[in-house]
Design a protein around this ligand. Sequence first.
Ligand SMILES: Cc1cc2nc3c(=O)[nH]c(=O)nc-3n(C[C@H](O)[C@H](O)[C@H](O)COP(=O)(O)OP(=O)(O)OC[C@H]3O[C@@H](n4cnc5c(N)ncnc54)[C@H](O)[C@@H]3O)c2cc1C
Length: 545
Amino acid sequence: MAEPKNESMFPKLDAAQIARLEPFGKRRRVDAGETLFEIGQQHLGVFVLIEGNIEIFSPSGTVVTVHEPGEFTGEINLLSGRPSVVSARCAEPTTVIEIDPANLRRIIQTDPELSEMLLRAYVLRRAYLVANSVGDVVLAGSSHSADTLRLKGFLTRNGYPFTYLDVERDAGIQELFDHFQVGVADIPVLICGNRYVLRNPTNAEVARCLSFNTEIDHGTVYDIVIVGAGPSGLAAAVYAASEGLNVVVLESCAPGGQAGSSSRIENYLGFPTGVSGQELADRALVQSQKFGAQVNIAAPAIGLKCAKEPFAVNLASGEHVHSRSIIIATGAAYRKLALPNLAQFEGVGVYYGATHVEAQLCQDEEIAIVGGGNSAGQAAVFLSTRAKHVHLLVRGPGLSETMSRYLIRRIEESPAITLWARTEIEGLEGNGQLQHLRWRSQDGAAEIHDIRHLFLMTGANPNTAWLKGCLALDGKQFVKAGMDLTPEDLETAKWPLQRPPYLLETSLPRVFAVGDVRSGSVKRVASAVGEGSICVQLVHRVLAE
Ligand SMILES: Cc1cc2nc3c(=O)[nH]c(=O)nc-3n(C[C@H](O)[C@H](O)[C@H](O)COP(=O)(O)OP(=O)(O)OC[C@H]3O[C@@H](n4cnc5c(N)ncnc54)[C@H](O)[C@@H]3O)c2cc1C
């Protein structure tokens, strides 16, 4: 592997910076050949190299880099306490300053110059590891398997490096599967930490195997539990943790929510050339962890015990998290088309997100997208750079009522995109994998197209089923909050306080709703982030009551 010595990824600390770090750590000598840390070791601190060198090895034993005096070890998982995906050894007698995780966090929070240097290097190093598949996870699957796509998406969206082996491209993998009696239902197989073999694991099993989460203390009553780590939940986590509140975030899949499935967000303030949803989510996650938020992945809330305080959020594992206040940031999930065999093709031809993972599957193929909103428009523009041709299908007469002007213009100008107005999908056909689409334009005959990839971007329903009767919801099951709660809502909910609900507060005191899950919300990244941020001020207020 080529040695990636780039100044931002491997900056050198000067004497003054090292002097500022020294009081936070312990200076020590390391013998030649001594291992500083192993692959899989958790809760690592940082080693600042004073003299000698530190070799960093990938799980396959190749040298990733050799640190020189003035450089420091580590990457993003130092902040989350997750296991290391590389090991470190000193080839010659070496002097280091060892700083433990608590002191590392202190430096990041109090020294802006060092904080910026460390965080930039850590984020870039993780991006390098992901791009070069440096890690201890191998995923062996098939492009015809929906669970393979699920796990690829889960690892990618959680920023975890992995090597992918495809049965269709590598005959040796099929032989290996036959040898170990891995049947179709067992695919994909995930080799985790170079040790455990997981056959078609759930996301929660993968998260457990890779130690994604820190144990929740079930005896503690937290200040806030934030349910959902989309833009609104992550914003709330950053503000809550930075203001000293004891906060746990529960996320059923991966940080970023719907925004994480967007290839490019162009209307978010401060990013004139756009930012991918994944990048925005990664940065927000790091930011929340830097302040000490505990973010739990693959940990869906399945119920809320709201009859007495402290509240208890029920987890799928059967455990509860207790809290004095709750922020509901569970957003919305993609709406499905009413086609009888839709489920059969989900993940094997029918997709709800248009990220780089799905784009790879559509290289030089014709694809169809259903939807007239901005998410459909973004997907069309993004996928037209990969696919042979994009067919954009909308039920209405055109896009002007539902899509931003800048996207309409790009679609009109692109020879690789055809807009089909007043058109609806009538059928999906294929055997194991989607092969043909049947659609009908108004007054036209049904047409069959050889299209193997269909993207459904037709809006979303709120993720509120887990709240079961605790809160006032509107007719479409979005959570009502603040001024949207009518006197009848409050009477039905037996609102117990003299004061009316605060902005974003639901019909239950101390429980708030932010972002897309809230009735009447704007359904934009910026507004979700804004609501998550504002909400924390109101949490302070209710906790002081
Ligand atoms: C493809 C696409 C492109 C988009 N592009 C843009 C754009 O360019 N500009 C723009 O401003 N907006 C855009 N949007 C809209 C924007 O992404 C949303 O408005 C925003 O993500 C809403 O944030 P949120 O945090 O409220 O909810 P979400 O993003 O929906 O996040 C909710 C999170 O909660 C989790 N969750 C759900 N239920 C549970 C549970 N029971 N327990 C634990 N976790 C749970 C979900 O897994 C998810 O991560 C786009 C949306 C899509 C789908």
